[in-house]
Design a protein around this ligand. Structure first.
Ligand code: DAH
Length: 338
């Protein structure tokens, strides 16, 4: 019997198990209910007393050896599968494509239209000092936009705030570059406003600035018409309404003709057929001077628009809060859009 046991031990030592199937067969052969070990242990009773010690030790060694061989393969996860370890011919798992956020889609499109016209992208910090957000832009000290209600001031130093508009990038650019300047500045802005379906305390704007010699209001008008037709369609008509901004003179508000055919048009355009898109104007000479540019030599125009409003109109999104809720059911709608 001792010989038989030792033969089994030698066989096991030479066995390598590489698949789950082999392992299972091995287990059944040696450790199964009707396996070799069970049989040998049953036969053990018949072993003469004087041999019991040696045979018993050999039997235990065989059991340990069988278990160890089986344990080796069990730690290799790939071998646990039945069949080939990897099937490279299997079709891959479908990975759902991601989607751009609607705000990014609209921002990218606006930026690329202006890039085609020769504007370069500029950036500025989201935390600004009073100079860049207000003073250099010709906001008088008592201007209501500086009011605590509109601006998130930093508690430790009220000279600093979260920028309320991307117009601050105008100042930074003019301070650091010499004309001609032609920039487009997309970015996030912050206002201390109650959150509703129409307004949020965080939103996005795109700012534009062009400074050179002899820049006129006609240049502004033509650039905006070009933009409106590239973004809203070839036949789009625009109108410029007189308005007021501290940093532009004259200032205007640009509307596009939306139409007035159904109830939705009435609601969107407040019954006028015109949709307000952006603020714009000729850069106030006082602003040029604040930024170290000679208003006697240079002139320029600026414009600024809110991305959310345009995205809401483009994708028919009724509630601005949808942009910030990270709801995949909403975001998944934009996976086909480029
Ligand atoms: N900064 C303005 C706002 O947040 C928008 C704006 C108006 C920007 C006129 C401009 C401009 O550059 O010329 O409401």
């Amino acid at each position: 019997m001792l010989e038989i046991i030792e033969k089994h031990i030698r066989t096991i030592e030479q066995t390598t198990l590489s698949t789950a199937e082999e392992a299972e067969n091995f287990r059944i052969q040696y450790l199964g209910k009707k396996g070799i070990l069970t049989t040998l242990f049953a036969d053990f009773k018949t072993v003469p007393n004087e041999e019991k010690k040696a045979v018993g030790q050999a039997l235990n060694a065989l059991k340990t050896s069988a278990e160890a061989t089986l344990a080796q393969i069990q730690v290799k996860p790939s071998a646990r599968k039945s069949g080939p370890v990897e099937d490279f011919s299997r079709p891959g798992y479908a990975t759902p494509p991601g989607a751009h956020h609607p705000i990014s889609l609209v921002r990218n499109e606006i930026v690329s239209i202006f890039e085609r016209m020769g504007f370069a992208v500029a950036q500025g910090p989201e935390m600004e000092d009073d100079w860049h957000n207000f003073s250099a832009l010709n906001f008088p000290p008592e201007h209501p936009a500086r009011d605590m209600q509109d601006t998130f001031f930093l508690a430790k130093d009220p000279d600093w705030a979260l920028r309320t508009h991307t117009s601050s990038v105008q100042v930074r650019t003019m301070e650091s570059q010499k004309p001609p300047i032609r920039i487009i500045a997309p970015g996030r802005v912050f206002r201390n406003e109650a959150i509703s379906s129409r307004s949020h305390c965080v939103f996005h704007q795109v700012e534009g600035l062009y400074i050179d010699q002899n820049v006129s209001f006609a240049d502004l008008k033509q650039t905006l018409l070009e933009f409106a037709r590239a973004f809203f369609g070839e036949k789009t008509e625009i109108r410029l309404r007189p308005s007021y901004f501290p940093f532009t003179e004259p200032s205007a508000e640009m509307d596009i003709w939306w139409g007035l055919e159904n109830e939705v048009d009435y609601r969107m355009t407040k019954g006028t057929g015109w949709l307000e898109i952006m603020g714009c104007g000729m850069v106030d000479p006082a602003v040029l001077e604040s930024c170290g540019i000679d208003p006697g030599v240079y002139s320029g125009y600026a414009f600024g628009m809110g991305i959310e409003r345009i995205a809401m109109q483009r994708f028919q999104i009724p509630d601005i809060r949808a942009f910030y809720e990270n709801d995949l059911r909403f975001l998944g709608n934009f996976s086909g859009a480029v």
